[in-house]
Ligand binder design. Structure first.
Ligand SMILES: [Ca+2]
Length: 306
């Protein structure tokens, strides 16, 4: 008896509360004072060339005292249509209970380089009512920062090999991949193979924005280029060119065809008959030159110590 009386009291209290609050809530939801605006990515309006993990910011246009945010949900979509339908096919943060609306870090899967994304945010007010969605805004990635992003999202055509673990490289000091003047950049990596094992295969995967020629121990083994060719790496079998007893050199003559983004990405995979592998990936150990090196720079006996 006692229990049911208490329940009745709770129900009555809830009914009174609901009656009291409903008109206010209805007013708040329809008066349009809680617009979500000033959408920014990494503190910029609809930026281009984002080259590290993006952050999202927005503002609430409310001028009603005490109306704040209790939760948000960010969606990132690959198309404007998906974003307008609030389908986060790239990332959906789901509802996050938080008052944060500044520099909220993207936490989805690795983004593609040089790609336009669409995003929107839904906000819940302090009474936990959705105030709806922002308009759709955009950002575009650059070639993503080598410290935070690896090359694994690019496949090498027709193979299981990926650029997993490799880093985009271009400038000598590692600074940025945007705003690069048109022209050549020359890369070089020396490596040795394990002489105590028997080699079963040696492959090198390469891609570059925008074109490249690949040399192994001074011999040209391949090239590629053309619009968006950087999205698909090519794989070259270089077992014949490899020196099994000494130094080997992979040399890449990369060419950026217009002012803008530029980058090179490579991975060498030496497989041994015992099932083990040695891999060498583009990183800050690769030599880089902005001017054409003297003749012989693609050969293993070239002195690149300067
Ligand atoms: Ca380019």
């Amino acid at each position: 008896m006692k229990k049911s009386r208490r329940l009745l009291a709770v129900l009555l209290a809830a009914a009174i509360t609901a009656t009291t609050l409903t008109p206010l809530n209805a007013f708040a939801a329809t008066n349009g004072e809680m617009d979500i605006d000033s959408l920014q990515v990494s503190s910029l309006n609809q930026p281009l060339g984002i080259d590290k993990t993006p952050t999202f910011s927005w503002q609430l246009g409310s001028n009603e005292y005490g109306k704040g945010q209790s939760a948000y949900r960010i969606i990132v979509a690959s198309t404007e249509e998906n974003a307008k339908a609030h389908k986060g096919d790239v990332w959906d943060s789901e509802q996050i209970q938080s008052e944060d609306n500044y520099d909220v870090l993207y936490a989805g899967p690795a983004l593609d380089s040089k790609t336009k994304y669409y995003w929107a945010v839904e906000v819940w007010d302090e009474d936990k009512n959705s105030i709806g969605w922002s308009d759709v805004s955009t950002f575009e990635t650059g070639i993503l920062n080598q410290d935070e992003w690896k090359g694994e999202w690019i496949g090498i055509n027709g193979t299981d090999m990926t650029f997993d673990g490799a880093n985009w490289i271009w400038r000598r000091n590692g600074s940025g991949f945007s705003g690069v003047p048109a022209g050549h950049q020359y890369f070089r990596k020396t490596f040795t193979v394990n002489t105590e094992k028997e080699i079963s295969s040696v492959y090198v995967g390469v891609t570059a924005d925008d074109e490249y020629s690949l040399y192994v121990n001074g011999e040209k083994v391949g090239e590629n280029g053309g619009t968006d060719s950087w999205k698909n790496g090519k794989l070259f079998e270089i077992g014949k060119q490899i020196n099994k007893d000494g130094n080997n050199v992979i040399a890449i003559d990369a060419f950026n065809s217009t002012n803008g983004y530029a980058g090179a990405l490579s991975k060498v995979e030496v497989s041994y008959t015992d099932g083990t592998k040695d891999t060498f990936v583009t990183d800050d150990s690769w030599k880089v030159s902005e001017t054409e090196p003297v003749e012989g720079w693609t050969s293993a006996d070239f002195d690149d110590s300067q």
